[in-house]
Design a protein around this ligand. Structure first.
Ligand SMILES: [Zn+2]
Length: 250
């Protein structure tokens, strides 16, 4: 049964990933995510239903618009596959969660994917998406009690407070977008887990930053958005939370 469910979550993830592509493309520009329907940015050709099938349509069209032949970025199917993979990982690792808890986790994961790519594209974390993270964080504590409300609030205020001080005294290094985002993450994962998430985010940052310097010869001062690392740290926390909580035994 587990395998059947894993496949269902994976396919569901591919479809949500397709929707996230729209969110990532349109939310930073302040456009509606429902209308107009998906179309080629080059010739305006509206995608036919079969052209909306995640990944497969990209393969059939060999990465080109079906009408004008403009190249479609490989990032679209990559985000669909990533979302499918992360949905399966969520289902397989969050075994302590009730069904409502699992649904909150999937929404949380989807929002993290959207925020990651928007931050990479624009160096911005749109308030509307950060507010949604905070919103499902609060609803989650009330409905599942995991984490309980006081842990959510301490997580949000504690980590948000620390980030606020960093952003206040070192504005070149951290923006208020990161402060709001980490507070929202704190609401969702709670205390002390938010500290684990930020620790994992820092490790990821050091690793990827170092890799970037070696591979691309980039300087340390070249700006690099922190949002994707916060999202990555939170995902690692989510997938390994049961093991981690066992280790730190809070
Ligand atoms: Zn076209």
């Amino acid at each position: 049964m587990t395998t059947v469910y894993a496949v269902i979550y994976g396919v569901f993830g591919l479809l949500i990933g397709s929707f996230l592509n729209v969110v990532i493309f349109r939310v930073p520009k302040g456009e509606s995510i429902v209308s107009p329907g998906s179309h080629c940015p080059e010739c305006g050709h509206y995608l036919r239903p079969w052209e909306l099938i995640p990944v497969l349509s990209y393969l059939f069209l060999r990465g080109r618009c079906g009408k004008c032949g403009t190249t479609i970025s490989w990032r679209y199917p990559a985000i669909e596959l990533l979302t499918g993979f992360l949905f399966v990982a969520t289902y397989l690792t969050r075994t302590n969660r009730t069904t409502p808890g699992l649904i909150f986790d999937l929404v949380f994961v989807a929002l993290l994917i959207a925020l990651t790519f928007i931050d990479m594209d624009t160096f911005r974390l749109p308030d509307v998406l950060v507010i949604l993270v905070a919103g499902i964080g609060l609803i989650n504590t009330f409905i599942t009690g995991d984490p309980v409300l006081w842990r959510s609030l301490i997580g949000a205020l504690g980590m948000g407070g620390i980030f606020f001080l960093v952003a206040y005294f070192y504005p070149e290094g951290m923006g208020m977008g990161d402060v709001k985002f980490v507070a929202a993450l704190g609401l969702y994962v709670g205390f002390p887990n938010i500290f684990v998430a930020v620790f994992l985010a820092s490790l990821l940052g050091i690793f990827i930053g170092g890799l970037r310097m070696v591979v691309y010869q980039k300087e340390l001062k070249d700006p690099i958005p922190f949002g994707p690392f916060l999202a990555g740290g939170s995902l690692l926390l989510l997938f390994f939370q049961e093991t981690i909580n066992h280790m730190i035994n809070f």
